[in-house]
Design a protein around this ligand. Structure first.
Ligand code: PMP
Length: 391
C-alpha cells in the first residue's frame, strides 16, 4: 500500500500504534524503548497526560480562528518564552524550517533597513542543518540536501564550524554580512559540539560588525541539552534571534521565532504571516509542554540523566575498536564510530530499541527528557551488545 506515498523516506519496516513515556508499541504488540523521541520532539515522552488533556480540551473548545484576531493564548505563551530566554517578542509558525525562514527574512529586513546594505548576506556553517524549504536548504551546510534543487537561494556565506579565525577572514572579505545563523550543537551534522569559546567568540564578532547572532535551537531547544536553551550554557550570552520547533509541541506541529525588540519590530503588518501558525490547538499543546517542563524541572533532569548516560556508555563501550568518541550535552548524545554504521539502526530495532545514525557514522541518541536510569541501563546494554557484535 506504499505506492501512493511519495518516496521521500527510507522507512524502517515497523509501524507504531501506541506510546507511553519512553515506550512505543508496534502493531503486533511488541514494545520498544524510544531513544530518539521522534528526533528530539517528544521530550515529555509519548501520550503525556498534560499534553493530551490540553489538546482534548482545546479541541472541544476552539481549534482555530485566525491571526487576523487577537490571540490571548499566543500572548501568554510568548510571555513565558520571553521570560525563559531573555528575548522580547515571538512569531509563531508550524515547523523548524518555517521558523528559520522567518529568521532569514528578518535578517534581510535588518540588513536593508538598519544596516543599509543592498544585498545582505547571512553567515552559515559547514555541517549545519536548517530545514528543507528552499531558503533553509540553501543555508544548510550539506551538499546532498541541496543537490538537484539549484538554483539555490543566494545570500549565504559559508564558514567551517567551530573556527573563529575562518569567520574573521570571511568578515573581511564580505562587508555585506548582516547576521550569523548557527546551531549551538550541530544535530544532523553528527552531534558536533563547539569549543567553549566559539559561541561567545561569535557574539563578540557580531557586536563588533553589527551582525545579528541568530541561534537555530530547533533541535537543542526546550531542555534537550540540559538547559531550556542551548545558549544558556554560556553565562551572559544572549542571542538577537532564536528559532524553536521540535520539542516545543511534544509532537503537535509548532515553531517559533524569537527576537530582541529592536529587531523584532521590523516585522510590521504585511511583512510576514501564516494561516496555521500559533493556532489555538498548537498553542495549548506548547503551553502544557512548557508548564510541565518548568514544574518538573526537566532541563535539569536531562542534564543529570545525560551525564550519567555518557558515563555509562564510556564504561560499557570502552575497548570496542569501532567506537571513536562518545560526546554530547544533556540528552543530545553522539557515539562516533570508525566507519559507516547504517545497519545498526535495524539491528537495534530488532532488539526493541530505537536509535538513529547521522553523518553516516555517528549513532545519535535523543531520548525523552523523562528517561529513567533503568531505561538508560537498557539502552547502554543493548548498544554494548550490538557494537561488540560488530558493525
Ligand atoms: N533546524 C535544525 C537544527 C533541525 O535539526 C531541524 C530538523 N531536523 C530543522 C531546523 C528543520 O525542522 P523541521 O523539520 O521542523 O522543518
Amino acid at each position: 500500500m506504499t505506492e501512493h506515498l511519495m518516496n521521500t523516506y527510507a522507512r524502517l519496516p515497523v509501524a507504531f500504534v501506541r506510546g507511553e513515556g519512553a515506550w512505543l508499541w508496534d502493531e503486533a504488540g511488541k514494545r520498544y524503548l524510544d531513544a530518539l523521541s521522534g528526533v528530539a520532539v517528544c521530550g515529555l515522552g509519548h501520550a503525556h497526560p498534560a499534553v493530551a488533556q490540553a489538546v482534548c480540551q482545546q479541541a472541544q473548545t476552539l481549534i482555530h480562528t485566525s491571526n487576523i484576531y487577537r490571540m490571548p493564548m499566543q500572548e501568554r505563551l510568548a510571555a513565558d518564552l520571553c521570560q525563559l530566554s531573555g528575548l522580547d517578542q515571538v512569531f509563531f509558525c508550524n515547523s523548524g524550517a518555517e521558523a528559520n525562514e522567518a529568521a532569514i527574512k528578518l535578517a534581510r529586513l535588518y540588513g536593508h533597513e538598519v544596516r543599509q546594505v543592498a544585498e545582505p548576506k547571512i553567515l552559515v556553517f559547514d555541517g549545519s542543518f536548517h530545514g528543507r524549504t528552499l531558503a533553509t536548504l540553501s543555508a544548510t551546510g550539506n551538499r546532498k540536501i541541496q543537490q538537484g534543487f539549484e538554483p539555490l537561494v543566494s545570500g549565504f556565506v559559508r564558514s567551517p564550524y567551530n573556527d573563529l579565525a575562518a569567520v574573521e577572514a570571511l568578515a573581511r572579505a564580505n562587508p555585506d554580512i548582516v547576521a550569523v545563523l548557527v546551531e549551538p550543537v550541530q544535530g544532523e551534522g553528527g552531534v558536533r559540539l563547539p569549543s567553549a569559546g566559539f559561541l561567545p567568540g561569535l557574539r563578540e564578532l557580531c557586536d563588533r560588525h553589527g551582525w545579528l547572532l541568530m541561534l537555530d535551537e530547533v533541535q537543542t531547544g526546550m531542555g534537550r541539552t540540559g538547559q531550556f536553551f542551548g545558549f544558556q550554557h554560556y553565562a551572559g550570552l544572549r542571542p538577537d534571534v532564536m528559532t524553536l520547533a521540535k520539542g516545543l509541541g511534544n509532537g503537535v506541529p509548532i515553531g517559533a521565532l524569537l527576537a530582541r525588540v529592536e529587531v523584532a519590530r521590523l516585522f510590521v503588518p504585511g511583512k510576514h504571516g501564516s494561516t496555521f501558525g500559533g493556532g489555538q490547538l498548537a498553542i495549548a499543546a506548547a503551553q502544557a509542554v512548557l508548564d510541565t517542563m518548568r514544574a518538573e524541572q526537566l532541563p535539569a533532569r536531562a542534564e543529570r540523566t545525560g551525564a550519567s548516560l555518557r558515563h555509562k556508555l564510556r564504561q560499557r563501550l570502552a575497548g570496542i575498536l569501532d567506537v571513536k568518541e562518545i560526546r554530547g550535552q544533556g540528552l543530545m548524545l553522539g557515539i562516533e564510530l570508525g566507519r559507516p554504521a547504517a545497519s545498526i539502526v535495524q539491528r537495534a530495532l530488532d532488539r526493541g530499541v530505537l536509535i538513529n545514525v547521522t553523518a553516516e557514522r555517528v549513532i545519535r541518541l535523543l531520548p525523552p527528557l523523562i528517561f529513567t536510569e533503568e531505561q538508560a541501563d537498557l539502552l547502554v546494554e543493548t548498544l554494548g551488545t550490538l557494537l561488540e557484535e560488530g558493525l
